[in-house]
Design a protein. Structure first.
Ligand SMILES: Nc1ncnc2c1ncn2[C@@H]1O[C@H](COP(=O)(O)OP(=O)(O)OP(=O)(O)O)[C@@H](O)[C@H]1O
Ligand SMILES: [Mg+2]
Length: 455
């Protein structure tokens, strides 16, 4: 850990550097001008000085010269505007060790700080930041895509209202609802509407992590904690410090992990796997599940004490079939998302098609509606999705189990449908379709002939 003094007249820039450095475990001090910075330096507690060259009326060059005169061991990094190499050179002459060009990229800052500080200690931090970067990239992709919580139903209004009310608090929120109802969307919105919005939103899908890795995913591990742990790894809990941790599919946590999570929630602290130091964190927890946790508690598959910790505030998202008035606005949203034709026209949907959508029972909820519209846009003729376009789709998605009948005939119909769908999804590529179905290409060929299908 180093003691870093950040000098910049722009609060926003100081802020983002501070956050980055704090996450690396450094102690950060800030000054907005030269006199304040010199006073800090005078106190002699700074390892690394990062200063902008342009500090309003004042010059960072002067600060660099005076700081260097004061201490030979102080590390100094200058911040320069993009393309101003001459200024950078001047800064280096006056004693800066390195310079950072605006605008910053996380990777650049990291590699420069690595040079400025002791390399050995930073290897760990780089691991952490590259991981964090990964998580942040996920986050960026979603927040850049405009993701409004659409719906005219009173149920949806209640959900939106609830989000506005609880987002500013630190209370844990449990989001429940069937698959595809928008739980993750709600979780992200909770984060964006909170005072933590500028910090990380870190998600962990509890059902997707292998049992043996779950603990390390959540809490991180120290170097040497187990075979293959060749460096320290920071867990999601720690990455979410000051931000929000989204525990998706929380109902799928194993009993052992439930105990560990409970402890971390109670104490706001944990140890990394294989470590002894206790890491304290300030994390807002948002959890989601499509399981009936109350039932899981009764059958002792979910701990009641953990449930009460997570379920401080409950946001329940009703299934789409219970709020058919949301279907038209949602269909409109997805048409505008997928139906933009070159030249500016947007695909429309006929009144009959809309009726068919409203009559459907939507086992896959909003995600299913999104898929139906997306495929409708691709498959429809011209710029209009007709009833025909959607009913075929709807029948396909619901007719996985056709009515009773001769078992062999039923199985053959299901097989045919699944194969034709795989072909469609893989654009007629036999090898890819075979792979997605888990069968050899030759077997797939044989089945195509059997069902009279063509690639
Ligand atoms: N009210 C809504 N407005 C706009 N888009 C929505 C809405 N609800 C869901 N969606 C969209 O539907 C899709 C599924 O949503 P999301 O992934 O949040 O659901 P989920 O409840 O987390 O599903 P699962 O249980 O399968 O994980 C996403 O593309 C999301 O953007
Ligand atoms: Mg989800």
């Amino acid at each position: 850990m180093a003691r870093v003094l950040v000098v910049d007249d722009e609060a926003a820039l100081r802020d983002s550097l501070r956050r980055l450095l704090l996450r690396q475990g450094h102690e950060v001090m800030e000054s907005a001008d030269v006199p304040a910075a010199l006073e800090r330096l005078d106190q002699g507690v700074v390892d690394l000085l990062i200063t902008d060259i342009r500090l309003g009326e004042q010059s960072g060059l002067e600060l660099i010269a005076r700081a260097r005169a004061q201490s030979a061991s102080l590390r100094i990094v200058a911040i320069t505007a993009f393309g101003s190499i001459d200024v950078a050179v001047q800064a280096m002459r006056l004693g800066a060790d390195d310079f950072l060009e605006k605008p910053f990229r996380v990777e650049t800052i990291l590699s420069r700080l690595e040079r400025a500080l002791e390399p050995a200690r930073l290897a760990d931090e780089i691991a952490r930041l590259s991981r964090e970067n990964e998580c942040l990239r996920d986050e960026l992709e979603v927040s850049e895509a405009d993701d409004p919580l659409t719906g005219d139903s009173s149920a949806m209004s209640r959900v939106r209202e609830m989000i506005e009310r609880v987002a500013p608090t630190t209370a844990s929120v449990l989001i429940t609802g069937e698959t595809g109802t928008g739980k993750e969307l709600v979780a992200r919105r909770l984060h964006r509407r909170s005072s933590r919005a500028s910090q990380s939103f870190i998600a962990l899908n509890c059902s997707a992590v292998a049992e043996s890795l779950a603990e390390s995913e959540l809490f991180g591990h120290e170097r040497g904690a187990f075979t293959g742990a060749d460096r320290r790894r920071i867990g999601r809990f720690e990455l979410a410090h000051k931000g929000t941790l989204f525990l998706d599919e929380v109902g799928d946590l194993t009993p052992a992990m439930q105990v560990k999570l409970l402890r971390a929630l109670q104490e706001h602290a944990f140890e990394r796997v294989g470590g002894t130091t206790t890491v304290s964190v300030d994390v807002r927890i948002v959890a989601a599940t499509n399981r009936d946790l109350e039932a899981a508690i009764r059958t002792e598959r979910f701990r009641a004490d953990l449930f009460y910790r997570l379920n401080v505030i409950r946001i329940e998202i009703p299934p789409l079939r219970e709020r058919p008035e949301d279907i038209p606005p949602l269909a409109g949203l997805f048409l505008s998302r997928y139906g933009q034709r070159p030249g500016g026209a947007c695909v429309r949907i006929t009144a009959e098609a809309m009726e068919a959508l409203k009559a459907h029972n939507w086992p896959g909820n909003v995600r299913e509606l999104e898929n139906v519209i997306h495929r409708g846009v691709i498959l429809c003729r011209g710029d209009e999705i007709s009833a025909e376009d959607v009913t075929i789709e709807l029948n396909e998605t619901t007719s996985v189990l056709p009515g009773a009948g001769d078992l062999r005939a039923v199985l053959a119909r299901v097989e045919r449908e699944i194969i034709s769908r795989a072909l469609h999804e893989n654009h007629g590529n036999l090898t890819a379709a075979g792979r997605s179905l888990g069968i050899e290409r030759n077997l797939l060929r044989y089945k195509l002939r059997k069902h009279g299908l063509r690639a």
